[in-house]
Write a protein that binds this ligand. Structure first.
Ligand SMILES: Cc1cc2nc3c(=O)[nH]c(=O)nc-3n(C[C@H](O)[C@H](O)[C@H](O)COP(=O)(O)OP(=O)(O)OC[C@H]3O[C@@H](n4cnc5c(N)ncnc54)[C@H](O)[C@@H]3O)c2cc1C
Length: 451
């Protein structure tokens, strides 16, 4: 029997995962990526002598599909995963309190640190704990939950504005790329249920110790090629042809390429342009998913100013900052990446403008920065880092299958139940690979996909 031919369109994590899972199962894979590089929304570059990423990326221990992808690529030693969740949270003036995992079963493991979380009053801490437990009862499959905002739910659960800003926003902005007030209740509840309430070790935080290209793009391309896959970069697919339902085809560089199964793993807006009527996907719904930006500030100080691998800040425009000196191979001083999620207010502002806003913010939370000199300050702006994970978005996310029997969708925007994350992308890639292999007559159980 000849190996089925699977085409994957898009070389982000979803496409790479889908392609690799199909190739591992014995399919002949062709992957088309429009850009000169793979990795999609995760990429690295050289800037002013530093190896930088387009934005700080973190994952959690509960991201089993993403971690399975890293294991498949043999790059687990290129990331660091905390042995036990510990997040220092600082306020202007330097007061620092921790969110830490205690050696207790879930959901009690966060109780002790929440009770000591001095950025909230004691009454606010108790109410936050009660609300967190209440999130276990949110039905993630209920359309009524999809219609509600997390902010409205929090207010009803007795959370003050201060508690929302100083506690809930800290976690929600970083995971849903929107403020808690704007975010979808369903997705926020998913983050808390899976990340914080069900398993004590689920929220241990991981991050890359090397540039992201060396974790994703380069090893994935090598692994695909080792399986005989064709990886075509600078190859934009301009049309999908579903006229023959069992021989779908793509048009790329003026050429028509046929296959036995097709995985479309572009961002949702590109998918909306490519999908023909025969796919039966609501293209207006895809467009309505919208976009939410992430801005990263890259700041090199002439000396160390941050004494932790990362730090979160409250009552400050600084949200989360990470020491990237090692990953960037910085020899002197300290390089911080400051990740600003839900960053609409910062998009379009000049570098000088942001430096003027953020310099005093550094001084307020990192006393050592007051004596330090800034040697480099630049920005990376991702205007469409994720879709807007607002109320109603769950209903707009299509599943992996389409009306065309050999066309499947993958991408962090598809309906995995997870937020738009690296985990969501890898899950969608595995799901699409499974369906593509089945449709093409080659079953397999690619990768690891826990609930
Ligand atoms: C700055 C930033 C910070 C982030 N931080 C985190 C984080 O901390 N943790 C986390 O889990 N997630 C984070 N995310 C989100 C995460 O990176 C994405 O959800 C995930 O990588 C998306 O993967 P994807 O494969 O679904 O899509 P993409 O990565 O967008 O890949 C789609 C690919 O399709 C290609 N393509 C488009 N059109 C065509 C075409 N016509 N033909 C061929 N190819 C095409 C694109 O060029 C792209 O490479 C962050 C994202 C950004 C931008």
């Amino acid at each position: 029997m000849t190996a089925p031919h699977v085409i994957v369109v898009g070389g982000g994590l979803a496409g790479l995962q889908a392609g690799l899972a199909c190739a591992d199962a014995g399919a002949r894979v062709t992957l088309f990526e429009s850009r000169p590089r793979l990795g999609g929304a995760t990429w690295s570059t050289q800037q002013q002598g530093l190896a930088i990423d387009n934005g700080q990326h973190v994952f959690l221990r509960c991201c089993t599909a993403y971690r399975g992808f890293l294991a498949r690529l043999g790059v687990e030693d290129r990331v660091h995963l905390q042995s036990r969740l510990a997040v220092p949270v600082v306020a202007p003036g330097g007061a620092r309190h921790w969110i830490r995992r205690a050696p207790l079963p879930a959901p009690h493991h966060l109780g002790p640190s929440l009770l000591r979380f001095g950025h909230l009053s004691f009454a606010e801490r108790l109410r936050a704990g009660t609300a967190a437990l209440g999130l276990r009862r949110v039905d993630l499959g209920d359309p009524a939950s999809d219609a509600r905002s997390f902010g409205e739910w929090l207010s009803r659960a007795g959370q003050s504005d201060r508690a929302i800003e100083r506690f809930w926003d800290l976690l929600v902005r970083a995971t849903l790329n929107l403020s808690a007030r704007e975010a979808s209740l369903v997705l926020a509840a998913k983050v808390f249920q899976t990340g914080l309430l069900e398993q004590a070790d689920a929220a241990d935080i991981g991050w890359a110790r090397v540039p992201l290209d060396d974790v994703h793009a380069h090893p994935a391309e090598a692994a695909l090629r080792a399986r005989g896959a064709r990886v075509a970069r600078r190859a934009a697919v301009t049309a999908l042809d579903l006229d023959d339902p069992v021989r779908p085809a793509v048009r790329v560089d003026g050429e028509r390429v046929e296959c036995d199964a097709l995985v479309l793993a572009t961002p949702h807006d590109a998918a909306a342009e490519l999908l023909p009527d025969a796919a039966g996907v609501d293209r207006d719904g895809l467009r309505a998913l919208g976009a939410s930006p992430i801005v990263n500030l890259h700041v090199v100080f002439d000396r160390p100013v941050l004494d932790q691998p990362f730090l979160a800040a409250v009552d400050s425009p600084l949200q989360w900052m990470f020491d990237r000196s090692e990953a960037a191979c910085l020899e002197r001083g300290q390089y911080l990446a400051v990740s600003l999620s839900g960053a609409e207010r910062w998009v379009g502002r000049s570098r000088a403008d942001l430096q003027a806003v953020f310099l005093p913010a550094f001084h307020a939370v990192l006393p050592a920065s007051r004596e330090a000199r800034i040697e480099q300050f630049f920005l990376t702006v991702e205007r469409a880092a994720t879709f807007r994970q607002v109320p109603g978005s769950a209903a707009l996310r299509p599943g992996v299958r389409t009306a065309s029997p050999r066309l499947f969708l993958a991408g962090a925007w598809t309906d995995t139940g997870w937020p738009a994350t690296m985990e969501g992308a890898c899950r969608s890639g595995l799901l699409a690979a499974r369906e593509a292999l089945l449709a093409a007559g080659r079953s397999g159980t690619p990768g690891r996909l826990a609930a």
